[in-house]
Structure formats: structure tokens, C-alpha cells
Design a protein around this ligand. Sequence first.
Ligand SMILES: C[S@@+](CC[C@H](N)C(=O)[O-])C[C@H]1O[C@@H](n2cnc3c(N)ncnc32)[C@H](O)[C@@H]1O
Length: 230
Amino acid sequence: MGATFTAEAMSTIRADFDRIALLSGEEWDHSSQYHDFLSQHIPSPCRESLEIGCGAGAFSRLLAKPSDRVLALDLSPNMIRIAKERSALFPNIDFQVADVMSRELPAENFDCIATVATLHHLPIAEVLPKIKRSLKVNGVLLILDLFQAEGLFDAVTSTLAVPVSMGLKLIRHGRMMAPRHVREAWAEHGRHDSYLTLAQVHKVCADILPGAEVKKHLLWRYSIIWKKVA
Ligand SMILES: C[S@@+](CC[C@H](N)C(=O)[O-])C[C@H]1O[C@@H](n2cnc3c(N)ncnc32)[C@H](O)[C@@H]1O
């Protein structure tokens, strides 16, 4: 379950996001719509935070407000360069180009670990235990990711999400669709993306993150909030 994790797949992901980084402005998107929801679950006090797959750093900057220090990792050098440019006012964020799978994470170190729209790129059975080891007791894991619609109910909610998404894009960007070259870059990337169904998400949580709160969100996303207990 989860992404195919070969050197070739990783270099494709890195190339895709190096390209996308140069196209995307500091804009609202379907994932950032849920940043406030995730932020409500950041523990307090929060000394050390980690974001995996930070992209251009929008959620890292939110994590940086209540945290003493944020380590923000991303595979794409262009994403990290742009994240640093946009985060000049946040000296407590340490942005680093890194593959989270080969990067050693200190044990029982983080109060909060977040990952937004990135879990589907990672081998879940390996990355979640790695994250768990790196969280302190009482530390909180925040996941937001996309899911694969399955069944009539998902089909109905996915359809309802279309006009909501268009309305939000109109309000946030003043247009209902991204420029063509941006849509093309995402479509190209999407050709090799695959997502878990919500049933698979629940199974992963039952197996690896017992007690996790799983929530389905309208704009084709789900969240997992999990607290590590002793
Ligand atoms: C869809 S983007 C999401 C970026 C950001 N979290 C956001 O919501 O805007 C997924 C990000 O995960 C990063 N990524 C994918 N695999 C990774 C890995 N193994 N280690 C670190 N980052 C990774 C990509 O480079 C990309 O920037």
C-alpha cells in the first residue's frame, strides 16, 4: 500500500516538483483550505516540529508560530529555495532538501510532525513507523492527503465538491481555473500519482496509528490526527 518507492520514481517526483515550484505563486489551494483545521491540533507547548514534504513552506510558516523550531524537509531543491525566500520572517524554520526515507530522524524528538499532500508519495508501511518513533510521547501527528473516491457516497461528495472548488477559486484567485501551463504540469504529475481509498486509510490507522481521528473533507482530502501515548 502507498507509493512505489524506487530511485526512478523518486527522481520523477523531484523533477515534477522542481517544475511545479517555478509555476505556482503563493496561492490558496485545496490543501491549504484545511491548514486552519490542522493548526487547531498543534500541541501546546510545541518546542520541536517537523514538516515532511513542505513544498513552498506555507504550512511550515503556520507551524513556526507556536513552535520554537521547525525542521522542514522536501525532496525538491526548487521548492526549498522558494520556501526559504518566502520565509525570511521565520528564522526558526530550518528548510532542508532531503528525502525523508533516507534521512535519519531523531528518536522521541518532535512535539508535532505534519505532512500535507505528501503521504501518497511515500511508502506508508515504512514512513509511519519512522514518524511514530520520532514523535515524543504526547506528540501529535497531523496528516492531510488526497483519497481515491470509492462507492456512491464518495461519488456524490466528489461531484458536490466541484462547484464549491470553483467558487473558492473564484474568491481566492479571481478565476475558476489555473493558467493552462500550470494545469498541464499538475496533470503530467498526476499521471503517476495514486491515492488510498478511505477504507484503506482506516485500515492503515487501525494497524499503525490506533486511536487516530480520520476525517473526510469535501475537497477530495482526508485528515488523520494522531497523538502518541506512552
Ligand atoms: C503535492 S506537494 C505538497 C507540498 C506542500 N506540503 C503543500 O501542501 O503545498 C508534495 C511535496 O512532497 C515532496 N516529497 C515527495 N516525496 C518526498 C520525500 N520522499 N521526502 C521529502 N519530500 C518529498 C515533493 O517534493 C513535494 O514538494
